[in-house]
Ligand binder design. Structure first.
Ligand code: 7TS
Length: 412
């Protein structure tokens, strides 16, 4: 049985930073095990949003009045904060988007539209979230490019033995997830980026499940693009990030057209700003960016190494304890895993199981988790997923196991 190591952080005290964790569901204390879908928000982030709307709200980059300067300054300061957080060389490498999905679509449309030709290959993996799959399918349809996939082994890791036959000089981009949102697998990002570069391909990392969970430096990882969402890392919804290496962003045409992204506009033709502003058409999520910077400050205060240790231990503890339950199949690697565990039980369908658990205040997710090809690979239509963050506790996992025992009795 995996043991939880003592850590210098007072994790129980941290729970008090999250007002929503005091909620009840169906008369039971809420156990929130759905942070892979979206994390909860600490008071300090909620207050940053409120402070912005009470003291700084105006549109950015447009007005010459005091509030507009305050808003612009706060928005651009947030961009710098994000750059520091992921080790980017400059704030110009940070594009604010709505989230991971939009970040990947931006690359597929703007970079893919310019550089991908018929016969080129985009290499993906079998464990990609639909948002790192469908944009490439659309690009392939438009351009005649082909998609290729790194298979997943039974233990939930990528079958990298296949890489030499898949990652060849016809591959222009290797796009893969850092942490699988269904299996918890942590992929060897630096190694994969290096292999991509060795054949002249660029790399894109989907960091939706990792950006708020572990230390990350894009220059150490060696990736060309990195995408993540604010709402999965204590930030607000509607704000996300695309990191792109400066020279690559500079080579890309705009994604959306409109205000904010132009230098001058004539009726027939326009001149565009440099990156990153060229990719931010229209009024951005100003409050979102400011909230994300507050979330980053909060996460950094705790420390990403400590968060990773805590979360991954919880996930391994949960995976171990789930094996106590008869007729339960746990997915993903045994040794190292991100902050989640997916499983199926003979006793009940994932939808019935999660509905049952909700009656006891336990929030999990049942279904395909936007991983339909991966579910098919494992011969299931869906799984039940418990996903954790640093505000979760061992006691909550013990309670989950009790509830699942009750589910087995109820359904059989
Ligand atoms: N990539 C991965 C690996 C994800 O887990 C998700 C969201 C996305 C991309 C898309 O992020 P978005 O913020 O643009 O929506 N994953 C999940 C999930 O597992 N359950 O709900 C959303």
């Amino acid at each position: 049985m995996h043991r939880i190591a003592a850590s210098s952080v007072d994790w129980k005290a941290i729970r008090a930073d999250f007002p929503i964790l005091r909620e009840q569901a169906h008369g039971h204390p809420l156990i929130y095990f759905d942070s892979a879908a979206t994390s909860q928000k600490p008071r300090i982030v909620i207050e940053a949003l409120r402070n912005f709307y009470e003291h700084e709200n105006a549109n950015v980059h447009r007005g010459l009045h005091t509030l507009s300067s305050r808003a612009t300054e706060a928005y651009e300061k947030s961009r710098k904060r994000v750059a520091e957080y992921i080790g980017a060389a400059s704030a110009d490498e940070i594009v604010f988007t709505r989230g991971t999905t939009e970040s990947i679509n931006l690359v597929a449309q703007a970079w893919g539209g310019k550089f991908i030709r018929e016969g080129d290959v985009i290499l993906l993996t079998e464990m990609e979230h639909h948002s790192n799959l469908v944009p490439w399918q659309l690009l392939a349809e438009r351009t005649g490019a082909r998609l290729r996939f790194v298979p997943v082994r039974d233990n939930g890791t990528l079958d990298l033995d296949q890489l030499p036959s898949l990652l060849k000089s016809d591959v222009k981009l290797f796009a893969f997830t850092h942490i699988s949102n269904s299996l918890g697998t942590i992929n060897p990002v630096a190694q994969l980026c290096e292999k991509a570069h060795a054949v002249g391909a660029l790399s894109l990392v989907d960091a939706a499940q990792s950006a708020g969970h572990l230390p990350m430096d894009v220059r150490v990882l060696g990736c060309d693009f990195l995408a993540f969402s604010g709402h999965k890392m204590c930030g607000p919804t509607g704000i996300g990030v695309l990191y792109g290496r400066a020279d690559i962003l500079d080579s890309m045409p705009p994604y959306h057209g409109g205000g904010e992204m132009i230098v001058s506009v004539a009726l027939e033709k326009s001149a565009f700003k440099k990156a990153p502003h060229r990719f931010e058409a229209g009024t951005p999520s100003i409050a979102g960016a400011i909230g994300l910077a507050a979330a980053i400050d909060y996460i950094e205060q705790i420390g990403r190494a400590a968060i990773f240790e805590h979360d991954s231990q919880l996930a391994r503890y949960a995976a171990d304890r789930l094996t106590e339950l008869a007729g339960t199949r746990v997915f993903g690697p045994k040794e190292e895993r991100g902050a989640l565990v997916g499983f199926v039980m003979d006793a009940a369908h994932p939808h019935d199981l999660t509905t049952f658990a909700d009656q006891y205040g336990l929030a999990m997710r049942g279904g395909h988790h936007c991983n339909q090809p991966l579910m098919r690979r494992f011969g299931v239509s869906g799984t039940t997923r418990a996903s954790f963050y640093f505000y979760n506790t061992v006691e909550e996992i013990d309670r989950m196991i009790e509830i699942l025992h009750a589910a087995v009795r109820f359904f059989s």
